[in-house]
Design a protein around this ligand. Structure first.
Ligand SMILES: Nc1nc2c(c(=O)[nH]1)N[C@H]1C(S)=C(S)[C@@H](COP(=O)(O)O)O[C@H]1N2
Ligand SMILES: [Mo]
Length: 377
């Protein structure tokens, strides 16, 4: 277990809670960046199954996990709608259950790799996971409420509350066009189990192909508006330059726009950095994803990018899920090697060699590299 520098000072009562978290939740497979609020990262080597188990799935919360009562939960839908709704969980479930595998990645996943260093939780590669989400289609509920023409955005609010008086509430705006996508779900189950408190019990949004910041947890209020929310989490956070900027440069707010779609990306899961392997066949594997476009290919290089070999893509696939890949390298000569992996999606987008700088360190998708040692025998 690693306690990140971002961990909040803990009171005595909190300490016992933290100790329990370490023992029960991590078993060495979660990196604890903070316990209150909960910021847990999955170690990359545990991302070796197509479905990420719930207890290993990363957690990213800006505020403390609210205690929610599913039996008395109400989802309110108001603002620019013909018929405001207040739905209990049972009434929601009557809209018809759908299950969809989808990858969830935090906008700040990979922030730790940016140079110069940027402020924020120093996520490595593990603020990502793939799960089967069960719920109802958001658009079915919106159709029932009847969105008026001025309803351009959904203002999404969950039951979590700011930790201090100066802290803004976590409120996000989703454009109606995306909300009407049949894959956007109001979910109450994750991998067949009732959502856990950390992952948004009893109700959260699933926005396949878009970054985690849209996947609002503990969702209880949707307000249709004609403009994007003016609060911190839309106007300041989760924005990146629409023009290229120099690393470390300040960016004019007019040149920033909300980060939405995920980028094409792959990570190397095996071997892990620093591994010593005997000469011979070395199995290299990992995961690749994009924002909903299929992964066309993943290529692996073991010679500093001079030559690239096609990896084999795994059989498990779904539009918004990741795709596993595998390549067996014949390591003939002992030495120190840098293994690289590069994914390309069906639109031709490929991972870059160097990062696109943005002041908050979002959407890191540079070609992944892992150094290993091939030994004589
Ligand atoms: N209400 C609420 N929803 C939230 C958040 C939050 O802090 N509050 N964090 C968001 C962010 S930034 C991410 S990456 C995902 C993480 O989902 P997880 O904790 O289930 O992995 O939840 C999103 N939903
Ligand atoms: Mo996030």
């Amino acid at each position: 277990m690693i306690v990140g520098a971002g961990a909040l000072p803990l009171g005595l009562a909190d300490m016992s809670w933290a100790a329990q978290t370490e023992a029960d939740q991590t078993k060495g497979k979660l990196i604890i960046h903070s316990t209150r609020p909960e910021d847990f990262e999955t170690v990359v080597e545990a991302l070796d199954s197509w479905i990420t188990p719930n207890d290993l799935f990363f957690v990213r919360s800006h505020m403390y996990t609210p205690s929610a009562d599913g039996a008395n939960w109400k989802l309110k839908i108001g603002g620019a709608v013909e018929k405001p709704l207040e739905l209990s969980m049972d009434q929601l479930k009557a809209f018809g259950e759908v299950t969809l595998p989808a990858l969830l990645e935090c906008t700040g996943n990979g922030r730790a790799f940016h140079e110069p260093r940027v402020a924020g939780v120093q996520w490595g590669h593990g603020a990502v996971g793939n799960a089967r989400w069960t719920g109802v289609r958001l658009r079915d509920v919106l159709k029932k409420a009847g969105v008026k023409p001025q309803g351009k955005y959904l203002t999404l609010d969950g039951a979590d509350k700011p930790i201090t008086k100066v802290m803004p509430d976590f409120i996000r705006s989703l454009p109606v066009e995306k909300a009407m996508d049949e894959h956007v779900l109001l979910a109450y189950k994750m991998n067949g189990e009732t959502l856990s408190p950390s992952h948004g019990y009893p109700l959260r949004l699933i926005v396949p192909g878009w970054t985690g910041a849209y996947w609002v947890k503990w969702l209880n209020t949707i307000t249709l508006t004609d403009h994007e929310d003016e609060g911190f989490f839309m106007k300041t956070a989760y924005r990146a330059p629409k023009i290229p900027v120099a690393p470390g440069a300040d960016v004019n707010p007019q040149d920033m726009e909300p980060v939405k779609e995920l980028q094409v990306k792959s990570i190397i899961v095996r071997p892990t950095p620093g591994t010593k392997v005997p000469r011979g066949a070395v199995k290299i594997m990992g995961a690749a994803w994009s924002s909903g476009d299929a992964i066309a290919r993943v290529e692996v290089s073991t010679d500093m990018g001079r030559t690239w070999q096609r990896a084999e893509l795994g059989k498990d696939q779904a539009r918004y899920a990741w795709r596993f890949w595998e390549y067996t390298w014949k390591a003939d000569r002992p030495g120190s090697y840098l293994i690289m992996a590069r994914a390309t999606d069906s639109t031709g987008r490929a991972q870059p060699i160097s990062p696109t700088w943005n002041p908050s360190g979002y959407l890191w998708n540079v070609i992944d590299k892992v150094r290993i040692h091939v030994e004589a025998s």
